[in-house]
Design a protein around this ligand. Structure first.
Ligand SMILES: *Cc1c(COP(=O)(O)O)cnc(C)c1O
Length: 362
C-alpha cells in the first residue's frame, strides 16, 4: 500500500469561490489567476472548476500552452508579459494578451512580425515598485504602443501593495487615476484583496487569485467564512502509529516537546517533504477523525506527531486532515495552519510536494 497521504481538489469549491468574486465585482469580468500551476493545485485539475471565468491570467508560456491544450479559446493574459523577444512568437501563435511593463518589451514588439495585432495591458507602477512605468513615463509608453501596427487594443493595469492591510489603496488609486484619467481603454486594478475589500475601485477586469482557492487574502482580520469562501484543497493522511507518553518523555528531533503528564500521541504520515511547513510548532491545528487537535514537537521530513487527548478513540488508520475538509463536515482553513507557521495560505498551497498524489473531487 502507498503512504496514506493524498490531496483532494474540490471542483465545487472553485465554482463557489469564483461566484464570490463575481458577486464582489458585478460590473467587471473576472480573470482566474492560475499562475504557479494554479497556486499548487494543478492547472488541469482546476480547469473544470474555473472555466466559468472570463479569462485565465498566468505568468508562464508553458502554462498558457496547457490552458490552450485544455481547449480554452477565451482570453489568456501573461501578467508579466514576455521575458524575451522570441516569446512574442508564442504569444501570436497562442493568441495571448500580454502585459507591457518596460521599454524593452515595447522594443521587442516593435520588431515583431505578426499577422494579427496583439492586445496588451500597459502596466503602471503606482507605488509597488516591482513592475511598470512610473506615472511620468506612462504617456510616452502609451503613445509608443498606440503607434505600433503590432498593437490592437491597449488596456491599463496596476497592482496594489496594501489592499489587504492598514495602508490601503487610496494613495495608489490616486496616482493611477491622475496619470490615466484621459487615456482610453479597459482597466484592471484589483487583486483578490482589493476585489473583496475595496469595492469602489472601477475595474473592467478583476484578477482573482487566492480567493478562488479558498484562502482569505486578509487573514487574520477576516477568515474564509466571512468572505463566503470554501477550501479548494484538502491535504489528508492517516495515523500510522500511536505512542503513550509518560511525564518527562520527549517527542521528535530536538526534543522540543516534553510531556508533563501521561499523554497519547499519534504519528501522521505527513512531513515537510510533502509540503507541510516545518516551522509549524507545537499546537498547529489539525483534525483527527474530524476532531480539532494540535501538533506536538517538530515536523520531520515524512512524519509529524499530534495530540490524541481530544480523540481518545483514534488509532492507527484514523484520518488526519492537515488542512481543508475533514470527515463529518469539519473544516480546517489553510490560513489557520499558515498563521501558526508564520506564513500565508498562498505559500502552503503552492508548496504541495510532487510526491503527494492528487485527486479531483466535487
Ligand atoms: C498573482 C497576481 C494576482 C493575484 O493575486 P491574489 O492576491 O492571489 O489575488 C493579481 N495580479 C497580479 C499582477 C499578480 O501577479
Amino acid at each position: 500500500m502507498p503512504r496514506p497521504i493524498e490531496a483532494l481538489i474540490h471542483t465545487g469549491a472553485l465554482v463557489n469561490n469564483l461566484a464570490r468574486a463575481r458577486a464582489a465585482a458585478p460590473d467587471a469580468r473576472v480573470w482566474a489567476v492560475v499562475k504557479a500551476n494554479a497556486y499548487g493545485h494543478g492547472i488541469e485539475r482546476v480547469f473544470e472548476g474555473l472555466r466559468g471565468a472570463d479569462g485565465f491570467a498566468l505568468l508562464d508560456l508553458g502554462e498558457a500552452e496547457r490552458i490552450r491544450a485544455l481547449g480554452w479559446r477565451g482570453p489568456v493574459l501573461l501578467l508579466e508579459g514576455c521575458f524575451e523577444a522570441r516569446d512574442l512568437e508564442r504569444c501570436s501563435r497562442l493568441d495571448l494578451w500580454h502585459a507591457i511593463h518596460c521599454d524593452a518589451q515595447i522594443d521587442w514588439l516593435a520588431a515583431h512580425k505578426t499577422k494579427t495585432p496583439h492586445r496588451v495591458f500597459l502596466k503602471m507602477n503606482s507605488g509597488m515598485n516591482r513592475l511598470g512605468f512610473r506615472p511620468e513615463a506612462l504617456r510616452t509608453a502609451w503613445a509608443r504602443l498606440n503607434a505600433l501596427p503590432q498593437v490592437d487594443e491597449i488596456s491599463l493595469m496596476t497592482h496594489f501593495s496594501d489592499a489587504d492591510g492598514e495602508r490601503g489603496i487610496a494613495h495608489q488609486l490616486a496616482t493611477f487615476d491622475a496619470a490615466t484619467h484621459d487615456l482610453p481603454g479597459e482597466r484592471s486594478l484589483s487583486n483578490s484583496a482589493a476585489t473583496l475589500r475595496h469595492r469602489q475601485v472601477r475595474n473592467d477586469w478583476v484578477r482573482a487569485g487566492i480567493l478562488a482557492y479558498g484562502s482569505a487574502p486578509d487573514h487574520p482580520e477576516h477568515d474564509i467564512h466571512h468572505w463566503g469562501l470554501q477550501p479548494t484543497m484538502t491535504l489528508r493522511s492517516k495515523l500510522i502509529a500511536v505512542q503513550q507518553l509518560q511525564p518527562g518523555d520527549t517527542v521528535g528531533y530536538g526534543s522540543t516537546f516534553v510531556a508533563e503528564r501521561p499523554q497519547r500521541i499519534g504519528i501522521v504520515a505527513c512531513g515537510y517533504a510533502d509540503g507541510y511547513p516545518r516551522h509549524a510548532g507545537t499546537d498547529t491545528p489539525v483534525l483527527v477523525d474530524g476532531v480539532r487537535t494540535g501538533t506536538v514537537g517538530r515536523v520531520s521530513m515524512d512524519m509529524l506527531a499530534v495530540d490524541l487527548e481530544p480523540v481518545p478513540a483514534a488509532g492507527i488508520g484514523s484520518e488526519v486532515t492537515l488542512w481543508g475538509r475533514g470527515p463529518g463536515g469539519g473544516l480546517l482553513a489553510i490560513d489557520d495552519v499558515a498563521a501558526v507557521a508564520d506564513t500565508i495560505g498562498y505559500q502552503l498551497m503552492c508548496a504541495l510536494a510532487q510526491r503527494v498524489p492528487v485527486r479531483v473531487t466535487d
